[in-house]
Design a protein around this ligand. Structure first.
Ligand code: E4P
Length: 216
């Protein structure tokens, strides 16, 4: 499973990339706004921090402007993946940009049928939003499971990118459901490494080493 980090915070991305933990980055307009920086500058800087795809989202909603914004974003760096919303215009723009060789991440997916359309439109990634479904008492993981079955039934190569991940359990369940990628907020990604028994065990080993005067 690939891990993307879901942030526009370049310090966080740098530190996680140095730890060898990430395969790419996703952003959205809310995350770019939170960074307080110019979008092209921040996307260019992120693209230098990873060789994997960096999703950059259009802000237009009509086909023509989405395609022209997508082309501008794609010119920032060769590893930009253009993010388009799952609307009819977004799907049409996905077909146009994908046919021209641009990697497209179709976002704001909340159902298996939407994911089927994105695959037919040639998307490189489909982003089902688990957390936002869970917020409405709908099991987001069921949607990932359904998409996996449908894509496997027909041999679609679109990668399932589990998005809107809020906790470690979402990561585990996405992996079990066969998502190709999980995009994870930095705090959740760091949290995956921690376990109280690891801390307790390490403290005991270090105490014994100190008592015995072990030096390496
Ligand atoms: C990533 O591609 C999505 O935009 C992001 O995961 C959405 O997460 P949220 O529902 O926590 O805002």
């Amino acid at each position: 499973m690939k891990f993307f980090v879901d942030t526009a915070d370049t310090d966080e991305i740098k530190s996680l990339a140095e730890a060898g933990l990430i395969d790419g980055v996703t952003t959205n307009p809310s995350l770019i706004a939170k960074s307080g920086r110019n979008m092209s500058d921040v996307i260019a800087e992120i693209c230098d921090l990873t060789t994997g795809h960096v999703s950059a989202e259009v802000v237009a909603t009509d086909f023509d402007t989405m395609v022209s914004e997508g082309r501008k974003l794609q010119k920032i760096a060769s590893n930009v993946a253009v993010k388009l919303p799952l609307t009819m215009d977004g799907l049409k723009a996905c077909r146009t940009l994908s046919d021209a060789g641009t990697a497209v991440n179709v976002t704001l997916c909340f159902s298996a049928n939407q994911a089927l359309l994105a695959a037919k439109a040639g998307a490189a990634y489909i982003s089902p939003f688990i957390g936002r479904l869970d917020d409405m008492n709908i099991d987001g993981m069921e949607v990932i499971e359904e998409i996996r079955i449908i894509y496997d039934n027909y041999g679609f190569e679109t990668e399932i990118l589990a998005a809107s991940i809020r906790n470690a359990n979402h990561v585990k369940l996405s992996a079990l459901a066969g998502a190709d990628v999980a995009t994870v907020p930095p705090n959740v990604l760091r949290g995956l490494a921690s376990h109280p028994l690891t801390d307790k065990g390490l403290a005991a080993f270090l105490a014994d080493a100190e008592k015995a005067g072990i030096k390496i």
